[in-house]
Design a protein around this ligand. Structure first.
Ligand code: CAA
Length: 284
């Protein structure tokens, strides 16, 4: 029932979109990356090329295979260039309006049976799909940061997603070498429903237990087996991204633990965004 994917589009080449595009070209799939300007798109391709070169340096990839993979990525600023894609994965700004606008535009240019996926982490896939006249082909494919390294992808069934679109997204997740899991469209899906309030609890503990950032991170790493501490992780995800996701989930669930701790909101407002701004809980 899964549709064969010969060509894929990735819209938005930020950290997540570029990571997803990297996975697609590594999996041997022709990929069109769309950004609003070439000034943003080209550095994203350079980052992909860099990460693939690191794999060559470490003996994990042949130089020729790396060059072929980089060659499979074409860049565009025009949504119309996604016309020939069998699957388009959206990874733009986490706001409903721009996502709905994009899905309506994708529906207008893509073939009737193309699958349209969103990488949203905290918005409703059903609401995004409602901007189209063909919501049955809209599905969630939620990757984790950093996408090339994290094995999971959540495949999210919105209210009207067809079995065919759902299974196509699942099979494509497997083709990318990921471990896909199936779930329905509920706030935070599976992992963020658990992880966001837990990370918010961790940040509250910083003040409550008067523990240092380093000790809190050491606590969760060495006492709970986390691969990185919560402060390191929020710095990796981006303080702004985490606060935005917390606010979106709080709005939907009204669970106090979902609300972003004031300390994180203050950091976001001060421009301390984590790794990407050079400073968050740590300095990079
Ligand atoms: N970004 C970063 N590194 C990349 C990369 C990319 N896009 N693509 C390839 N790489 C490569 C790098 O080149 C790097 O090697 P060099 O430094 O030598 O160049 C290499 O990957 C790092 O690989 P390692 O195996 O050495 O990494 P590690 O063992 O230190 O593990 C980790 C790193 C996988 C991030 C691990 O620390 C981890 O699992 N952390 C937890 C991350 C996590 O929980 N993420 C989920 C966040 S929540 C989320 O994403 C949901 C949401 O909606 C917000």
């Amino acid at each position: 029932m899964a549709k064969k994917i010969g060509k894929v589009g990735v819209v938005g080449l930020g950290a997540m979109g570029a990571g997803i595009a990297q996975l697609c070209v590594e999996a041997g799939v022709e990929t069109v990356g769309r950004e609003v300007s070439m000034e943003i798109a080209e550095p994203a391709r350079d980052r992909i090329a860099h990460f693939l070169q690191r794999k060559v340096d470490k003996g994990l990839l042949e130089q020729g295979a790396r060059d072929d993979a980089v060659g499979r990525l074409t860049l565009t600023t025009d949504v119309a260039d996604l016309a020939g894609c069998d699957l388009v994965i959206e990874a733009i700004v986490e706001e409903l309006g721009p996502k709905q606008e994009l899905f309506a535009a994708l529906e207008a240019v893509c073939a009737g049976d193309a699958v349209l996926a969103t990488n949203t982490s905290a918005l409703s896939v059903t609401e995004i799909a409602s901007a189209t006249a063909t919501p049955e082909r809209v599905v969630g494919m939620h990757f984790f940061n950093p996408a090339p390294l994290m094995p999971l992808v959540e495949i999210i069934r919105a209210e009207l997603t067809s079995d065919s679109a759902f299974e196509t997204a699942f099979a494509f997740g497997e083709k990318l070498g990921k471990h896909p899991i199936r779930c329905h469209d509920t706030p935070g899906f599976v992992v963020n429903r658990v992880l966001i309030p837990v990370l918010n609890d961790c940040i509250r503990v910083l003040d409550e237990a008067r523990v240092s950032v380093e000790d809190l991170d050491a606590g969760l790493k060495h006492g709970a087996g986390w691969p990185m501490g919560p402060c390191e992780l929020v710095d990796l995800v981006g303080i702004d991204v985490h606060v935005h996701a917390s606010e979106a989930l709080y709005e939907k669930t009204r669970e106090p633990r979902m609300a972003a701790p004031p300390r994180l909101v203050a950091m976001r407002n001060a421009g301390l965004l984590g790794r990407k701004s050079g400073r968050g809980f740590y300095t990079y």
